[in-house]
Design a protein. Structure first.
Length: 228
């Protein structure tokens, strides 16, 4: 009699501890209760949870190829995200790198004025990651953009945790260390990862033919320019 009651109680305990289908779905469903940075481009936003990038998270991007055009496009892609966050919060953007190769007028075309950027140059990737983590914990920047080559899984996990805690975008540009080396072949805890490449411009809808001009001088006495 006692053995039967014990078996019954054990069975009831197991049933109560077994998660239901609803509980499993809750665990498996990504949390969307966070601040979002939409791109404003429906083709992109509809593919992202909650309609945009999670603000407090680590996001990585790398160039689709080793060409200068794709590398520049990747830089401007992250610069544009940082510019939108700076406009929303009013804070500066920290741009950390190990090499001095940024072109401020190019970033300005992406909406990130030089007056809104604080530049930090580290000696190596290890020091760079320490600068990022300290800046996120400090909370002064509105967003952080960093250019790094080698980043371990442990380092990305730490950056993801501090970015989520501070509700601050940490944007990591993963640079190639060699022509055939893929930065995304290494594991990462980043919330999203992006491969960015440049695309050819669309053709103009109007004829835009031009013709060369021969050398001459401008006659300022006439309303129109007269070439001699």
């Amino acid at each position: 009699m006692e053995q039967a009651e014990s078996s019954s109680m054990t069975s009831a305990a197991l049933e109560s501890s077994t998660p239901s289908i609803a509980q499993l779905r809750t665990i498996a469903t990504p949390v969307t209760d966070y601040r979002v940075l939409p791109f404003g481009v429906d083709a992109i936003d509809r593919r992202l949870a909650a309609g945009g990038l999670r603000a407090g998270a680590l996001h990585e991007a790398t160039a689709r190829s080793g060409t200068l055009a794709d590398d520049a496009a990747t830089t401007l892609f992250l610069g544009g995200i940082a510019a939108r966050e700076a406009a929303n919060t009013g804070g500066p953007v920290l741009w950390a790198t190990c090499r001095h190769d940024l072109y401020a007028p190019g970033l300005a075309q992406a909406g990130l004025a030089s007056a809104s950027v604080v530049y930090a140059q580290a000696t190596d990737d290890a020091a760079l990651l320490a600068v990022i983590e300290d800046a996120v914990r400090d909370g002064t920047p509105s967003a952080i953009v960093a250019q790094a080559g080698k980043v371990s899984m442990v380092a990305t996990r730490r950056l993801q945790l501090v970015a989520a805690e501070a509700d601050m975008p940490a944007l990591l540009l993963r640079r190639r260390r060699g022509r055939d080396q893929d930065p995304f072949s290494e594991p990462s805890a980043a919330w999203t990862r992006w491969r960015i490449g440049s695309a050819p411009s669309a053709r103009l809808e109007v004829a835009a033919g031009g013709r060369g001009c021969r050398k001459g001088k401008m006659d300022g006495r006439t309303d129109a320019a007269t070439w001699r």
